[in-house]
Design a protein around this ligand. Structure first.
Ligand code: HCA
Ligand code: CU
Length: 466
């Protein structure tokens, strides 16, 4: 695809104050105010004192949930590179596969704990004392514990009732806490678990001092409204932090994560490119894009956005997948504008069709001008980039020519440039390019001469005259 870079300034001006982090209450209040003020694109948004949209933490699970992706096999070196890249990006925590899973998993967990990363390193285990004993010896900052509570899992997986589950949870939590590290308790398949069962066990674990409780949409069944209801209810029942984990089976994972934060959740699980069991969980990049649209200041102050592409490339390479063409931010066409009307507005003011400023992520905007949908404003911008002086009417005539050609097939940037050069030269020489035969002859000559000294000299001349 032929592309040109937009010329207009992309700076989104934002003079609002940074979010204060002093105390929980003032933090939420200030965050909510900041969020209303900072919303840079004018869309009205809902906010209240529960919302943590401007005050959330990421638990990055590429090295745990991501290891459950069909293609994933991470050797020690790759795990270390991913851990460092995530730390550099600025995630709050990284979650590692259970050290009880295999001897190598245990060794890798120890090795990552020794890296001295800025982020917390936690591991993820079953709600079982054997796993907990191994986990606390690895040097992790915390342990995420999970146990199935839905009737499917109680019947077909571990076969335990709520009394047993609650007892096991309290035992594991007390043990991990006694080692002075963080502990989270989560219920697997929360949205297909009985609400009374859920709230009862969360209340018990909150009382014994768990740092976080977790809600897991293990099967990707939940929708944002259900998420809001459950998190909101839970927020009224426990005092500890709330972590949420959403699977993406029906494409709701990021929306659910966002809604969970609105309802008072504090931590969201992500993985790079969303890799995980089946089709995975919220992608780090997609989730960040969503949060950036809500509060650019907060997201930019906390995360190293320009590192996103490298993190994604690293993981894509490790699991042998391509970055999806429509990936938020880093997808091949995430900042490509095509229709003439869009191109015109984008060149005048990027915010017309962009809520994400590509430069914030180290990306570039492109205007695709070789299509039948092109417009003369975009073509004019390109002729200026090439240093070719053409009047508006001449640009319009060149645009019509491009459209005729693009009706047959999309034109490359080289071909668009050729049309502009032909127009420019013909006008200078007093030739009438309005005639098909004249244009076709000159265009043919230009194509044949492409790469020769004559054309190179002319192009250099035009650039120098710019
Ligand atoms: C699984 C476990 C889990 C755990 C989530 C959590 C899930 O692989 O089934 O600890 O909160 O989706 O339930 O990833
Ligand atoms: Cu999961």
């Amino acid at each position: 695809m032929q592309r040109i870079e937009g010329e207009a300034s992309q700076e989104v001006k934002n003079s609002h104050e940074a979010v204060d982090n002093s105390s929980a209450v003032s933090r939420t209040r200030v965050a909510n105010q900041a969020q209303d003020n900072v919303q840079p694109f004018g869309a009205s948004r809902y906010s209240d004192f529960l919302s943590n949209v401007s005050n959330f933490k990421i638990i990055e699970s590429t090295l745990r949930e991501g290891e459950q992706f069909a293609n994933a096999f991470f050797d020690t070196e790759t795990k270390i590179r991913i851990a460092k890249a995530l730390d550099n990006f600025g995630v709050d925590c990284i979650e590692l596969t259970s050290p009880a899973a295999s001897e190598q998993s245990r060794k890798d967990c120890e090795a990552i704990c020794k890296l001295g990363l800025r982020c917390k390193v936690i591991t993820h285990i079953r709600c079982h004392m054997d796993d907990a004993r191994i986990a606390v010896e690895t040097g992790v900052d915390g342990v995420d514990v999970v146990m199935g509570t839905s009737k499917f899992l109680r019947e077909y997986s571990h076969g335990k009732d709520m009394t047993y589950i609650t007892k096991a949870a309290v035992e594991v939590i007390s043990f991990v806490k006694s080692k002075g590290i963080e502990i989270r308790f989560s219920t697997e398949d929360s949205f297909r678990s009985d609400l009374v069962d859920l709230l009862s066990i969360y209340q018990v674990v909150d009382k014994v001092g768990v740092n976080r409780v977790g809600i897991a949409d293990t099967v990707g069944v939940a929708n944002p409204r259900q998420v809001y209801d459950l998190v909101r209810t839970l927020r009224g029942v426990v005092g500890c932090d709330i972590e949420c984990h959403f699977h993406n089976d029906t494409g709701c994972a990021i929306a659910n994560a966002y809604t969970a934060l609105e309802a008072g959740a504090t931590h969201i699980d992500t993985s790079v490119l969303g890799i995980g069991e089946r089709n995975g969980i919220p992608s780090l990049g997609g989730f960040i894009a969503r949060m950036y649209a809500a509060n650019r200041e907060y997201v930019m102050s906390k995360y190293n956005l320009k590192a996103l592409r490298d993190v994604e490339d690293l993981v894509a390479d490790a699991v042998q997948v391509q970055i999806p063409f429509n990936n938020p931010v880093t997808g091949y066409c995430a900042f490509t504008h095509k229709a003439g009307i869009h191109a015109k507005a984008i060149l005048a003011e990027p915010k017309t069709y962009e809520i994400i400023t590509p430069e914030d992520f180290g990306m570039n905007r492109y205007v695709h001008i070789g299509s039948r949908l092109t417009g003369w404003n975009a073509v004019k911008s390109r002729s200026k980039q090439l240093g070719l002086e053409l009047t508006d009417d001449q640009v319009k005539a060149a645009t019509n020519r491009i459209k005729v050609m693009a009706d047959i097939k999309d034109q490359t940037m080289e071909d668009v440039d050729a049309v502009l050069h032909v127009f420019h030269r013909a006008i200078k020489n007093g030739q009438d390019v309005g005639h098909d035969s004249t244009f076709n002859r000159l265009f043919q000559q230009h194509i044949e001469a492409r790469g020769t000294d004559a054309i190179a000299e002319e192009e250099a001349e035009a650039q120098a005259a710019k």
